[in-house]
Ligand binder design. Structure first.
Ligand SMILES: [Zn+2]
Length: 185
């Protein structure tokens, strides 16, 4: 998910920073696997995701957004403060939901679009850390929204899927135009 105040077009990335796949890349819709091995390669992937998220800049990133189809997301819990506080969630799931709220969202995999999306306002989350320990915590408001957005990615859902068919088709038209212009340029 993109930070609301800093939505910019993404520059080209190199090094440990991974390329973020964008809609309509079919990989974003593929089934992702449960993480069963808590090893160095998982830690490396989590590090790369964190670096990629901050470079974008974003406030959350799911592993399948960089083409790694595993149940792994990273989230920036600093909520707009300068200090970086990344949280890694392995095999996350939402156990309970409460209330709902409509707010504007953007996504690193959906270029040039923000839209209002309804999410639950309070959630109970269960996940594992990079050692495989179980975490259980409550999240509210903005933090809850980012988690729901990233968990959607793991289920192959993008925030545009929550919009009306009309809004979605308007966006698809606009995206085609953007992609055509990129080809020319
Ligand atoms: Zn997203």
């Amino acid at each position: 998910m993109t930070p609301l105040s800093k939505i910019t077009s993404s520059p080209g990335f190199q090094m440990a920073i991974k390329k973020i796949l964008t809609y309509p890349d079919p990989v974003l819709r593929q089934k992702v696997e449960t993480v069963t091995r808590f090893d160095d390669s998982l830690r490396q992937l989590a590090d790369d995701l964190i670096e990629t998220m901050y470079a974008a800049p974003g406030v959350g990133l799911a592993a399948n957004q960089v083409g790694e189809c595993l149940r792994l997301v990273v989230i920036d819990t600093a909520a707009g403060n300068d200090e970086k506080k990344p949280l890694v969630l392995v095999n996350p799931e939402i156990l309970e939901k409460e209330g709902c709220r409509i707010e504007e969202e953007g996504c690193l995999s959906v270029v040039d679009l923000t839209a209002n999306v309804e999410r639950c306002n309070k959630i109970l989350v269960r996940a594992q850390d990079l050692e495989g320990n179980t975490l259980e915590f409550q999240a509210e408001e903005y933090f809850a929204r980012v988690i729901q957005h990233e968990l959607d990615h793991l289920n192959g859902t993008l925030f545009i899927d929550h919009l009306s068919a009309l809004k979605r088709s308007l966006y698809k038209k606009r995206l085609k135009k953007i992609l055509r212009q990129q080809e020319k340029g």
